[in-house]
Design a protein around this ligand. Structure first.
Ligand code: C2E
Ligand code: CA
Ligand code: CA
Ligand code: CA
Length: 276
């Protein structure tokens, strides 16, 4: 075995077996997961708030480990980021997602999560461009979901990447909005098309104090004045859905309209054009 990644835990020697941590074993397993066909992508509906029309689907990666069963992306994505595998995993997800969106009506988009490490890879524009060309998908049908983590890197590189991705014609979404810090400065300079309001504000908002509602209202006002759409993530109940509509959120994502599901199921939903 050899070190293929840049992180310090990313190697594995059989002789180290006794001292290898669980984490190292998992990293080693992740290395061949794509080749062994253990990764898959599921798609969660994003619905226009006004009616119940399908706006798109978020692509979410899954790992079915042969011995451990399903491992959450919240667990293995950070691992992949730390040991230099996120580029490969992310590019694979991107290709799957672009293949998926081809089977859906023209006005249904696909949203793909881009790790800050992928975003700040100098080749990212070429990677996205090549994937779009290979799939023949119109760039405006692809949304890239980015978190504030991208702004921790060198700002000249980050600024240039935003410009180049916008020039490609893809849509940029600021994910997990409200959970980081000084988001407002980023909003001023980065060309986002949409803000995704984090689940921590959304879930249970209708039954909690009206502080959540006040924050969501402020985010919607801000987004509208910057000409950006909003999507509320984590909507599970009718009360929360009604609240999001009352607050003027433009799109809804959450278990109320569907859990992430395999492509065949998502495609049925996409072609029925609405979740009803
Ligand atoms: P995220 O990007 O914030 O994705 C939304 C997560 O919220 C998903 O969890 C989704 O299943 C979950 N969710 C959506 N609606 C609801 C709801 O109504 N209730 C509840 N309880 N949960 C809801 P998931 O699929 O486990 O993904 C977790 C995180 O893993 C994602 O958070 C994202 O940060 C990361 N991730 C997943 N797939 C990818 C990927 O392909 N690339 C990268 N870089 N990260 C990914
Ligand atoms: Ca996301
Ligand atoms: Ca999110
Ligand atoms: Ca998140």
């Amino acid at each position: 075995a050899k070190a293929a990644g840049r992180g310090k835990h990313c190697f594995f020697e059989p002789s180290m077996h006794s001292e290898a941590t669980d984490r190292q074993l998992l990293e080693n397993d992740l290395r061949g997961a794509i080749e062994r066909d253990e990764l898959s992508v599921v798609y969660q509906p994003i619905v226009r708030a006004a009616g119940e029309e399908m706006a798109g689907f978020e692509a979410l990666v899954r790992w079915q480990h042969p011995k451990r069963g399903a491992i959450s992306p919240a667990q293995f994505i950070p691992l992949a980021e730390e040991c230099g595998m996120i580029g490969k995993v992310g590019e694979w997800v991107l290709h799957q997602a672009l293949h998926a969106v081809r089977q859906w009506p023209e006005d249904v988009r696909v949203a793909v999560n881009l790790s800050p490490i992928q975003f700040n890879d100098p080749r990212i524009t070429e990677i996205v461009d090549a994937a779009l060309t290979a799939s023949g998908v119109k760039p405006s049908r692809l949304e890239l979901e980015i978190t504030e983590g991208v702004f921790l890197a060198d700002s000249d590189i980050t600024d240039a990447t935003f410009t180049r991705l916008k020039d490609l014609g893809v849509r940029l979404v600021l994910d997990d909005f409200g959970t980081g810090y000084s988001s407002l400065g980023y909003l001023k300079k980065a060309p986002f098309d949409k803000i995704k309001i984090d689940q921590s504000f959304v879930r249970g908002a209708a039954s909690r104090s009206n502080r959540n509602a006040a924050i969501i209202r402020a985010i919607v006002t801000l987004a509208e004045s910057l000409d950006m759409d909003t999507v509320a993530e984590g909507v599970e109940t009718h009360d929360d859905l009604q609240l999001m509509r009352d607050l003027g959120v433009s799109q809804i994502q959450g278990f109320i309209f569907g859990r992430p599901s395999p492509l065949e199921e998502a495609s049925l939903l996409a072609s029925s054009r609405s979740v009803e």
